[in-house]
Design a binder for this molecule. Structure first.
Ligand SMILES: C[S@@+](CC[C@H](N)C(=O)[O-])C[C@H]1O[C@@H](n2cnc3c(N)ncnc32)[C@H](O)[C@@H]1O
Length: 189
């Protein structure tokens, strides 16, 4: 799997490499996300790439749920759409600093995942701000990064600065994961 760097998103031609069968066995997205998603939820796959997680997210949210696949590259969104599509999956292009989606999408997401994405973004603080703004109060972000990423404390600090509570996430092969929770309405400041 090619490893891209901050400010340089993975090249679209590598997208299919992310969707290999072995990865589904070793990092089964259905098993990973099942504890956090209930039918009817709205979930966001931030940096969806070639759509590795989409089928699992769609199955878990069910026919009354919504899946929102977001990426900064239209080429990735095109591949994701070919990989898996359904009526209640929406694909959106995101540009750093411009917010995710339109205003009605703010504070609407129950659960978001950023799987091997944050190490590629240019401005971690801005991106975490935009993801947090899209989460509803009490919403959660599952952040998964390669185990050897030395910048993980920086990502967690950006989230903490935005008032997110950080917990350890599930075990993920070759990775570290964290569950970031946005304060619910009425939580003590
Ligand atoms: C290594 S791929 C991971 C894709 C997918 N999450 C997966 O696990 O297979 C990283 C993805 O994040 C996207 N990305 C990088 N920077 C981004 C940004 N600032 N905003 C949104 N997506 C971004 C890239 O275009 C790429 O599709």
């Amino acid at each position: 799997m090619a490893f891209a760097h901050a400010g340089t998103p993975m090249a679209v031609e590598h997208a299919k490499g992310l969707n290999r069968r072995w990865r589904h066995w070793l990092q089964n997205p259905f098993d990973l996300f099942a504890p956090y998603i209930k039918p009817g939820m709205k979930v966001m796959d931030f940096g969806c790439g070639g759509g590795f997680a989409l089928q699992a997210l769609h199955r878990l949210t069910g026919e009354f749920g919504e899946v929102w696949a977001v990426d900064c590259q239209q080429g990735m969104l095109n591949i994701a759409q070919q990989t898996y599509n359904a009526a209640n999956i929406e694909f959106s292009l995101y540009e750093e600093g411009k917010g995710i989606g339109c205003e009605v999408y703010q504070e609407s997401v129950d659960f978001a995942v950023a799987f091997y994405v944050i190490h590629e973004v240019g401005d971690v603080t801005q991106v975490m701000k935009d993801i947090t703004a899209a989460l509803r109060p009490g919403g959660q972000l599952l952040l998964i990064e390669f185990w050897f990423d030395r910048r993980i404390p920086e990502y967690l600090e950006a989230a903490t600065q935005l008032g997110m509570q950080v917990q350890d996430g599930p075990k993920v092969f070759l990775s570290k994961s964290f569950l970031l929770c946005k304060a619910a309405e009425g939580d003590a400041e």
